[in-house]
Write a protein that binds this ligand. Structure first.
Ligand code: SAM
Length: 268
């Protein structure tokens, strides 16, 4: 049975109260800092100002990223890993902070969304990737290579991950696909490990952690999103059969992800 701890509030404060070296894997999907006057997007076929919410307007993205990453590193076990997703708006600052804190950068994963929406403006390429920095405290870190191979139908997994963006299950504007988190959690942790998401949004990481029989700590500052995440994680089930299959089988697991029971779309 997974142990789930959810905190409503500012990650910068709450992280300070978590025990040092108590977490095996951190997935963080922090504010991108792409909302505001200068950023445009496409809504219903029209150009619109990009506004993900006030949480996405950060005054000094370098300072912000340094503060929360430092705290995360304090709570990370010595062989744990931290996975940080972002777009071009924030990933340069994350890279600088990872270097400044002397972390070992294991990989930069390019998440390619083949179904990314088209651009209306004809002045640049269509954004269809996000970057995920993967780092550890040293070169001694947990990484389930066999699992990665298994999830990739018996071949070495590359750092280019083609995973389509999914129809959102909640009203959160930046909900991540569960398939992305399944891959990260299966490769970066074991059953019973502790997963932390300091910016949990709609709770995707918590849902997948619980499904895969890991403990979970989630932090979210926004009341509405916190409630959505809480309900969503409560409803999530643990897929014991799939885990046994994935851990013991020597066959490729990709096909068998279909073993997840097909659920009706839930509303939150
Ligand atoms: C990019 S979204 C995460 C989306 C999430 N991965 C999902 O699948 O739904 C970032 C989230 O961080 C929250 N947030 C922003 N600043 C925060 C802070 N200082 N402490 C905790 N949560 C924060 C926002 O409210 C937002 O829901």
């Amino acid at each position: 049975m997974s142990e789930i701890k959810l905190f409503k509030g500012d990650a910068l404060e709450i992280l300070k109260h978590l025990e040092a070296k108590s977490v095996n894997l951190i997935f963080a999907d922090p504010p991108y800092s792409l909302s505001g006057e200068n950023y445009l997007t496409c809504k219903s076929g029209k150009i619109a100002k990009c506004d993900k919410g006030s949480w996405d307007q950060i005054e000094n993205i370098y300072e912000f990223n340094e503060k929360w990453i430092k705290e995360c590193i304090r709570v990370l076990k010595d062989n744990g890993t931290i996975w940080i997703s972002g777009t071009l708006h924030n990933h340069p600052s994350i890279g600088v902070v990872l270097k400044k804190l002397n972390l070992w950068i294991i990989n930069d994963i390019i998440w390619f969304k083949p179904n990314a929406p088209p651009l209306i403006q004809k002045n640049r390429f269509v954004p269809s990737t996000e970057l995920i920095w993967v780092s550890g405290k040293s070169k001694q870190y947990y990484f389930n290579y066999e699992m990665a191979v298994r999830l990739n139908n018996g071949k070495q997994m590359r750092n280019l991950w083609e995973i389509p963006a999914e129809r959102h299950k909640t009203p959160h504007p930046t909900e991540k696909p569960e398939k992305l988190l399944e891959r990260i959690i299966l490769i970066g942790s074991k059953e019973g490990d502790v997963i932390l998401d300091p910016f949990m949004g709609s709770g995707t990481t918590g849902v997948v952690a619980k499904r895969l029989n890991r403990d979970f700590i989630g932090i979210e500052i926004d009341d509405k999103y916190f409630e959505i995440a809480q309900k969503r994680i409560e409803k999530a089930s643990t897929e014991r059969n799939l885990i046994e299959f994935l851990e013991k089988s020597t066959r490729g697991a990709t096909l068998h992800l279909e073993f997840y029971p097909k659920k009706e779309k839930e509303s939150y």
